[in-house]
Design a protein around this ligand. Sequence first.
Ligand SMILES: Nc1nc2c(c(=O)[nH]1)N[C@H]1C(S)=C(S)[C@@H](COP(=O)(O)O)O[C@H]1N2
Ligand SMILES: [Mo]
Length: 442
Amino acid sequence: MLALGALAGVLQPRRRLGTWLFVALGVLSAAAALTRPDAGPVSALPTLAAVAAGSLTLRTILPSRSRFDPVEMSIRGRRDVNPPAQTPSDPVRRTLLTAGALTAAGGGLAYLGMRLGAGTAGSATPFALPAPARPLPPLPAGLEATVPGLSALRTPVADFYRVDTALVLPRIDAANWRLRIDGDVDRHIELTFDDLLAMPMVEADITLNCVSNPVGGEYIGSTRWLGVLTRDVLARAGVRATADQILSTSQDGMTISTPVAALTDARGALLAVAMDGKPLTREHGYPVRMVTPGLYGYVGATKWLTRLTATTYAAEKAYWSTRGWAEQAEVKTQARIDVPRRGETVAEGQVVVAGVAWSQAHQGISRVEVRVDEGPWQEAELGPDVGGHYWRQWRWTWEAHTGGRRLTARATDGEGTIQSSEIAEPAPDGASGLHMVNVRVN
Ligand SMILES: Nc1nc2c(c(=O)[nH]1)N[C@H]1C(S)=C(S)[C@@H](COP(=O)(O)O)O[C@H]1N2
Ligand SMILES: [Mo]
């Protein structure tokens, strides 16, 4: 924006091209703002104000060409036998002062706007969480207490990764929130937030991960969710047998498609209202989001959910399906090494190697093995079992000998299948390959 502002200033003396540049950018950004799904006529106001401010600024600091005419200025300078060095009436000085004041005012306003916008970023109106019909026992203590650097068994909400297309977080008032269920169903229905909370509440420990997570990456988090079963909600509308996809829509227009089967089978897909014992934060989908065990977030975890449409994969394509990502994608089994870190130098002797592993689509983790360089695979000790939809911590004690070493981990799922060692990029349906970490032993 600074560069464009400077460009406008340079262009302005030529037929007021600077003003036209502002107008052109204004039209472009007003169009962008007005075509947002939740836009109203006022969405164009900030842009109009910006164009007006920009043009006014150009007029104020570059009033006309002649004042900057170098010839005129030099004549004026010669005429002043004893020029009052730099009076405020000096056009250059006045221009600089005006421009400086306007820049400061603009910066202040921008800062104020950001503060106002961010003021409620994390907070949403709290509500009393209903009790689950069958509460789960508390989560067991994880291995992180004894292994510094290991991912906590339960990811704190503040550390939970965030991935979405929302430039501005949707601001939803739970009291006005409605969930529309339509498409190929027996009855089109609409649920209020209270309707939802009145249904049987379910607690579930589920690990969520992003399809764009590279091998060893950070786009994964695990927590205890509270919500209603997606299948209970869909049953109220009666999804017809001809539908194979539920297209879910977020307040901001983002769409995600999920197989009907994944939302209605025994895995227990949820419409969640809380994570880690507290209402969802705005970042994570307040007031209601989907959580579908075994599927990557982009095909099962719609945040700011407002609509469920029963349809078919042949008829409707979701946001990412038209942008190079697979229409359907199950989470791939993976093991990640958290400690030691890549490039770390460790002391010779006993070194704890530890991490997490997950296989939400294949009954959780039954084994994790580690090897040093091309050595034999050695079985790691597993942390507490929180169920097949949740990641599992692991740790292994290594007798480390000096030199550059490569640690590799691999997981075996609950069905006995070893994870794929074939290297695949995240696109189109999730990364695969073994996580390797190079360390130095001294
Ligand atoms: N409305 C909406 N929901 C969304 C997305 C989005 O862009 N918009 N991104 C999805 C993706 S790609 C992932 S991985 C998860 C991430 O959820 P989190 O940000 O709560 O961790 O949300 C999913 N739900
Ligand atoms: Mo994602």
